[in-house]
Design a binder for this molecule. Structure first.
Ligand code: DGL
Length: 268
């Protein structure tokens, strides 16, 4: 059986949280990772701009680097563009959307906190998910681009001091931290946020549970793309769409995850 190639796509480093879950289950895959940092943050883009950008960039990319499957490792993109992408590409496309359903099964106090980008919080898709699975629960929503940027910073070589990071988290979550009864489950509705899982847990203290979609996405990829045969050394390549200082500072985050290259990809 030939080696399978997949593309993991996000606006930035968030898709690495999905990459890690996929690689845990399927260490024979070869991954391309594309971060569209030229248009970052996706959580603040208009819907039509985002859809057009995704169609153009992804079709250019897979012409040059053909793949067996694409993972849109971004809630902000998946909640608006999956249908358009599936209509335009004839390979399987797996999207990532907030894990509202599992959160409903786990909550004990019936209060769920959804943290996501401004775009994901505002999407009709997200309201429908809440309506379908959580109509009997109380769902508090928090939109934060600051948290997305903090995740990028954590992975960059400059990193961020733990005390400063906790201070910033307390500012982001201040409205929830002062509630007399807080949510007992937080849904990490942006792929950047699992990169800060431990820090978010520390910020809330106690028994707060965090749920994300990473493992479910990895299972879905495994179903769609069964890989068997002898184990070979995987070859992962990362690309970005704009060269700047912040992007260069992220190279080591890819290197330590065994990406063997990190280079610029320019769409036509
Ligand atoms: N990681 C992305 C998401 O899941 C996008 C973050 C952003 O670029 O705003 O929504």
């Amino acid at each position: 059986m030939s080696v399978k190639h997949i593309l993991i796509f996000d606006s930035g480093v968030g898709g690495l949280s999905i990459f890690e879950e996929i690689i845990k289950k399927m260490d024979q895959l070869n991954c391309y990772y594309l971060s569209d940092n030229a248009y970052f943050p996706y959580g603040e883009l208009k819907e039509d701009v985002l859809i057009q950008r995704l169609l153009l960039l992804l079709s250019d990319f897979i012409k040059k680097y053909p793949v067996d499957l694409i993972v849109i490792a971004c809630n902000s993109a998946s909640t608006v563009a999956l249908q358009a992408l599936r209509e335009n590409f004839d390979i399987p496309i797996v999207g990532v959307v907030p894990a509202i359903k599992p959160a409903c099964q786990l909550t004990k106090n019936n209060i769920i906190g959804l943290i996501a980008t401004p775009a994901t919080i505002a999407r009709e898709y997200t309201s429908l998910l809440i309506h379908k699975f959580a109509s009997q629960k109380k769902v508090l929503s928090l939109a934060s681009t600051a948290l997305v940027k903090l995740s990028e910073r954590k992975l960059s070589v400059q990193s961020i001091n733990e005390c400063v990071l906790q201070q910033q988290l307390r500012a982001i979550f201040k409205e929830w931290l002062i509630l007399p009864v807080r949510p007992d489950i937080l849904v990490l509705g942006c792929t950047h946020f699992p990169l800060l899982k431990q820090e978010i847990k520390t910020c809330f203290g106690g028994n707060i549970k965090l749920v994300d979609s990473g493992e479910a996405i990895a299972k879905r990829v495994q179903q769609l793309l069964p890989v068997s045969g002898l184990k070979k050394e995987s070859q992962h390549h990362a690309f970005y769409t704009k060269k700047n200082r912040q992007q260069c500072a992220l190279e080591h985050a890819f290197k330590i995850r065994k990406f063997i290259s990190f280079s610029l990809f320019i769409a036509s």
